[in-house]
Write a protein that binds this ligand. Structure first.
Ligand SMILES: NC(=O)c1ccc[n+]([C@@H]2O[C@H](COP(=O)([O-])OP(=O)(O)OC[C@H]3O[C@@H](n4cnc5c(N)ncnc54)[C@H](OP(=O)(O)O)[C@@H]3O)[C@@H](O)[C@H]2O)c1
Length: 278
């Protein structure tokens, strides 16, 4: 089986490459330089030349705050990028597995978001990712859209690395305690994506580690597991003046992951422990 992985140098992209290599796929790791997904001609050329069975799209514009001041760039990468991949995949018969986000939801729901809940993004990043999803859904027959959340992994800067850097400075840390979500390890996500692909059960999925928490509780667990002594204070989102507003609840419900791959992902605390131990 031949797979192209876009955004292969990103945090998730690196673990996705490793997962498919482990399964003996013929892996073509495409990074931003070798394949710009916003370039329809380049996308068509690569996919028509390589004729992959599968394309996994890990490429994205992921700076949530910066997207507010450069929406056209975010829309181009997160909207037109998946459109280009969808067009080329559909034309050549390749399956597309596209990664999306919890931030397509507005956070107003009481309880976890199911796959059939209606997205209503409240920031530019979320809007751009929803636009990408819509292209994939409308242009393709055989696709997976995998929404995930609060990623951590060894391939990039993330909330955990930020917390550990702040801890080293020895200053008190203030962390938001009124946004809920599901921390997710990129290693576990990559495995679940490969299993989903092999299940042949196309469609939309919510794939996260099990368990919901706040950024504050997440940070406390990071410090506990890494034996760091830190002064940490819970604050509300209103105390932080950030360009992009975040949903207060972006907890994702995993149904029907179990029904499709035969398991649910482990608890986020276990995954975090493994990540910190590496
Ligand atoms: N991180 C999270 O907490 C989180 C949460 C929910 C969902 N997600 C989704 O998960 C996926 C992976 O995220 P991540 O955290 O691994 O992101 P990441 O580390 O920022 O990786 C994204 C990669 O995409 C590349 N890229 C950007 N524009 C591109 C373009 N036009 N063509 C080709 N490649 C391009 C980037 O390369 P350059 O750096 O060279 O531009 C980067 O290597 C994304 O779809 C994201 O929306 C992430």
């Amino acid at each position: 089986m031949k797979v192209i992985i876009t955004g292969a140098k990103g945090m998730l992209g690196q673990d996705m490459v490793a997962e498919f290599q482990r399964r003996d796929y013929e892996v073509h790791a495409a990074n931003h330089k070798s394949l710009d997904i916003t370039d329809i001609h380049a996308v068509r050329k690569v996919i028509e030349a390589l004729r992959p069975d599968v394309v996994v799209n890990c490429a994205a514009y992921t700076n949530v705050d910066k997207a507010e001041s450069e929406p056209e760039v975010a829309m181009r990468v997160n909207g037109l990028g998946p459109r280009n991949l969808a067009l080329a995949c559909e034309a050549t018969g390749a399956v597309l597995l596209h990664i999306s986000t919890d931030y397509v939801f507005d956070g107003e729901k009481e309880g976890p978001y199911e796959i059939w809940d209606t997205p209503n993004p409240i920031n530019v990043y979320g809007k751009s990712k929803l636009w990408g999803e819509k292209y994939v859904r409308s242009l393709m027959h055989r696709y997976f859209i995998v929404r995930t959340s609060w990623l951590f992994g060894k391939g990039g800067r993330n909330f955990v690395t930020t917390m550990l850097e702040l801890a080293k400075r020895g200053e008190p840390i203030r962390v938001v305690d009124d946004q809920w979500g599901c921390p997710t390890y990129t290693v576990d996500l990559a495995k679940a994506c490969a299993d989903l692909l092999e299940s042949g059960c196309f469609g939309i999925y919510h794939v996260t580690n099990q368990g919901a928490t706040t950024w504050y509780e997440f940070a406390k667990k990071v410090f506990e597991l890494s034996h760091a002594t830190v002064m940490i204070e819970p604050i509300t989102s209103s105390c932080l003046c950030r360009p992009a507003v975040r949903p207060k609840n972006s907890v994702l419900e995993g149904f029907p992951i179990q029904e499709s791959v035969g398991y649910v992902l482990r608890m986020w605390q276990l995954a975090l422990g493994e990540y910190l131990g590496e």
